[in-house]
Write a protein that binds this ligand. Structure first.
Ligand SMILES: Cc1ncc(COP(=O)(O)O)c(C=O)c1O
Length: 376
């Protein structure tokens, strides 16, 4: 029995929708993308959504649309995927890390204020594994100091906390539809935003800074386009959107299944010596994107490899990024600076979590995890 780390939910209905696009004239950004954007806006409760090629693109453009650039600082977390920080570096700004909370792995909102300097322009929280950061507090700190809040919601499209959905308290929320995300088109992303002007800038930035898209040019009499800002080529295609539309319709159904599986893991691993896991914050709905266990850092890799030898798909999300070579060399970060993030990064093992994971597979994973952790 091989238990994959992830299996997507794309089936015949999604394939049919893609074929419909392929049989049409218009493959690039057009009606299907706009339909997806409308539905995603409605789902997350933001006024505007722009479909993009990735969450990295969404983070990058959100930063540009809010005027963040060379010389600026953005406060963020080292316990995340590198894209959170590389998107800051790509606009010429500096990621300033603060440590995470030991019980969730999310940015410690109480440490943010001490990291603010005259150069700080934004806070970039990441809702790790789908568990939302304390956005009420983060918004309060941001408002006090006149900062922008950009959410990395790559794991958390379904998440809520303290009565607020993801995106509600941020200036922009960035989503990923990468291959292992809860809804996926292989590679894809989006940004949801409340401000109309910023949304227009973001859309323009996503397509070279052109004043008209191909869809605009194609409709009716030919219209010339201009370019009034330096943009990127980050737009989502109708093919990607066609893959996503039905998945978005089923997003809560998929979430429910993942939530059930995650609760089974939690139940099975509670009070098992040598196994910890992040706590879902109070008054919140976790996006349940990843289920990760925390084991003895000294034994982590051995446990990881033993699980693989039992044909269980595993991953590490993530090793603390300030200790990656680039960050040490270019930003001069040192070991020991963010002890909670470092500990989590050295302890973490992500287990299979997806709707197609059968009960038999889940029981097998739970049994093997317990056996291996206890015997290592
Ligand atoms: C927390 C986080 N942020 C950003 C990204 C980047 O997403 P994408 O691959 O869509 O650019 C990922 C991708 O895995 C992620 O996990």
């Amino acid at each position: 029995m091989k238990i994959e780390f992830y299996r997507h939910n794309i089936g015949d209905k999604e394939k049919k929708d893609v074929c419909k696009v392929l049989d049409s004239i218009f493959l690039t950004t057009g009606d299907v993308v706009y339909e997806f954007e409308r539905r995603l806006s409605k789902y997350v409760g933001c006024e505007y959504t722009i479909g993009l090629m990735s969450c990295t693109a969404a983070l990058n453009l959100s930063m540009l649309a809010h005027g963040i650039g060379p010389g600026d600082e953005v406060i963020t977390t080292p316990m995340t995927f590198i894209a959170t920080s590389t998107s800051i570096i790509h606009v010429g700004a500096r990621p300033v890390f603060v440590d995470v909370k030991p019980e969730t792995g999310n940015i410690d909102e109480d440490l943010i204020e001490a990291a603010i300097t005259r150069k700080t322009k934004a806070i970039l929280p990441v809702h790790l594994y789908g568990n939302m950061c304390n956005m009420v507090k983060i918004r309060r700190v941001a408002d006090k100091h006149g900062l922008v809040v950009i959410e990395d919601a790559a794991h958390a499209i379904e998440a809520e906390r303290d009565g607020y959905k993801v995106g509600a308290l941020a200036d922009a929320a960035c989503f990923s539809f990468y291959a292992v995300k809860s809804i996926t088109c292989g590679e894809g992303g989006a940004v949801s935003i409340h401000d109309k002007k910023k949304a227009e800038i973001l859309r323009k930035l996503s397509l070279h800074g052109m004043t008209k898209s191909a869809a605009d040019r194609y409709a009716g009499r030919y219209k010339h386009w201009d370019m009034d800002m330096l943009g990127w080529k980050y737009n989502m295609s109708n093919i990607q959107a066609a893959l996503l539309l039905k998945q978005l319709k089923n997003i809560e159904k998929y979430w429910k299944k993942r939530d059930e599986i995650a609760r089974r893991y939690e139940e099975a691993f509670t009070k098992i010596e040598g196994i910890g896991f992040p706590k879902v914050p109070p008054r919140s709905k976790s996006g349940r994107h990843l289920f990760t266990i925390w084991v003895d850092p000294i034994k982590r890799d051995k446990i990881l490899w033993k699980l693989q030898s039992k044909k269980i798909g595993v991953a590490v999300n993530y090793r603390a990024i300030h200790l990656l070579k680039y960050f040490i060399e270019k930003l001069r970060y040192k070991r020991g600076t963010f002890p909670n993030a470092e500990k989590i990064g050295n302890s973490t093992i992500s287990l299979p979590l997806y709707p197609k994971l059968s009960d038999k597979e889940l029981c097998y994973v739970i049994t093997k995890v317990k056996e291996i952790v206890q015997s290592t």
